[in-house]
Design a protein around this ligand. Structure first.
Ligand code: ZN
Length: 129
């Protein structure tokens, strides 16, 4: 190691299988609350997740079409990357992905940043009836 940060990207997700998992979780949640029709689903996904919003919508429409949840709203929020410097504890939003490999803007060290935000997919909110 020469002190450069190494980031491993997640393999691009297949939006259909991703959406299927999200809808499974939503269905569980709805069952617990005795709801049967999804009306709103809000997903937050990280900048690093390679999520294509258009494909997500397509998958959502395809999977809810013909079900009681047809016509439900899908909100997609991209979470910008927030990196954390382990040396000076500074957290910052890089201006580009390339900034992950540049010295810390606060202390100037070439650090192995950890990702605070901007990675992972969260089912943030759902509404159903
Ligand atoms: Zn720093």
């Amino acid at each position: 190691m020469d002190g450069k940060s190494v980031f491993v990207y997640l393999a691009p997700m297949h939006e259909f299988s991703l959406m299927a998992s999200v809808l499974d979780i939503a269905a569980e949640e709805m069952k617990r609350h005795g709801a049967s029709r999804l009306t709103l689903l809000r997903l937050r996904y990280g900048e690093l997740d390679n999520v294509q919003p258009d494909s997500m919508r397509m998958a959502f429409d395809a999977m809810t079409g013909g079900t009681p949840s047809e016509g439900a709203r899908l909100e997609l929020i991209e979470e910008p990357l927030l990196l954390h410097c382990p040396i000076c504890q500074n957290a910052f939003h890089p201006s580009s992905r390339g900034a992950m490999f540049e010295p810390c803007p606060s202390c100037g060290n070439a650090a192995s940043y950890s990702v605070e935000k901007g990675e992972g997919i969260i089912l943030e909110h759902l509404e159903a009836e």
